[in-house]
Design a protein around this ligand. Structure first.
Ligand SMILES: [Zn+2]
Ligand SMILES: [Zn+2]
Length: 323
């Protein structure tokens, strides 16, 4: 199966290059600013309560839900639905859809649309979180302003028919608020209260802390891993190899590699298993039989590409040859 770049055919060739950070007046979306403000204040209070008042069960449960949400994003919304880097049988898709709902970052369908647009038009005005507009914009600022007209124009030209024909994705998309409210906020608050007698305030605010933690670790890929690190495979693009980001978001910080080979289900080259829990998750379900057609890139192709367009570093950012 071809990678998602096949949708190039749906766009006129002169449309492929979008302008890069042309002057643009931001239109602030105040409800989004208020929402962001509330969840961040609630998360800070949640951190205080986590340290001073929360039961151990609550902390362990929150860590578990944070991992589930993160893997829902990386193995589900990202590697499966955005990039079609492997295929998943319905039980795994349902599990990933629920895990992605815990993260409350749109529906997986919308997430995949935004992400494909990010790859197609990386670091231009059609990229929803264009990193040439600076750290804050690419990290979270773009969520608090009206999207760029160039993005709105070009996203309409792309082919998302595979996403719209997926009934599991459509179910979640149709009832996004219901799914996300239930799995991100309601159950993670109610379960600690009813099962081990946690206070409602602690359960709610620690859930907010987990929600904000998941948001920022995901956002680091769009900000830090588009600014800081090496260009091992293509020095002409902004995405970088960043081990720190990989540690925080389950193996997704080898971002220079990922932008060069987006269809590789590992989103990283060989040898990073311990840094790549998402790969281990997919490998486990391949063993179970629920994940199949895992796509990878051969070592020869990877090293040839590094030799041809890389900056002379290895994936850890260390210089291996003068370039
Ligand atoms: Zn990127
Ligand atoms: Zn990607």
């Amino acid at each position: 199966m071809a990678p998602f770049v096949e949708t190039d055919e749906t766009i006129q060739s002169e449309e492929l290059v979008a302008p890069q950070a042309a002057p643009w007046k931001y239109e602030i979306v105040y409800p989004a600013v208020l929402g962001m403000g509330y969840i961040h204040l609630a998360a800070i209070y949640g951190l205080y309560l986590a340290v001073t008042a929360a039961q151990w069960y609550t902390l362990v449960f929150s860590a578990f839900t944070a991992v589930a949400a993160g893997i829902g994003l990386t193995a589900g919304a990202h590697r499966l639905w955005s990039h079609r880097a492997y295929k998943a049988k319905p039980p795994l898709q349902i599990l990933l859809m629920i895990m992605q709902s815990i993260a409350f970052q749109y529906s997986a369908l919308t997430w995949a649309k935004l992400h494909r647009t990010h790859h197609r038009y990386s670091d231009t005005d059609a990229d929803p979180h264009n990193a040439t507009r600076g750290f804050f914009f690419s990290h979270m600022g773009y969520l608090m302003v009206k999207s760029h007209p160039e993005f709105r124009k070009r996203v309409k030209l792309m082919d998302f028919s595979d996403l719209y024909s997926n009934q599991i994705l459509m179910l979640q998309h149709k009832y996004t608020i219901l799914f996300c409210f239930t799995f991100c906020l309601l159950l993670p608050t109610v379960i600690p209260v009813y099962l081990w007698g946690e206070s409602l305030s602690v359960a709610w605010h620690v859930s907010m802390l987990r929600y904000v933690y998941n948001m920022h670790t995901t956002f680091l890929v769009n900000s830090v891993a588009h600014m800081f690190g090496s260009g091992t495979y293509d020095k002409s693009i902004k995405p970088t190899q960043n081990v720190f980001v990989s540690l925080l978001i389950f193996g997704e910080g080898f971002h220079n590699y990922h932008h060069v080979f987006p269809w590789d289900y590992r989103t990283a080259e060989l040898g990073n298993n311990w840094l790549n829990p998402t790969k281990l998750f997919i490998d486990f379900f391949a063993w179970v039989g629920w994940a199949y057609d895992l796509k990878t890139v051969s070592d020869d192709v990877i090293s040839a590409r590094a030799e041809r367009t890389g900056d002379g570093t290895n994936s850890w950012g260390f210089k291996t040859k003068s370039s």
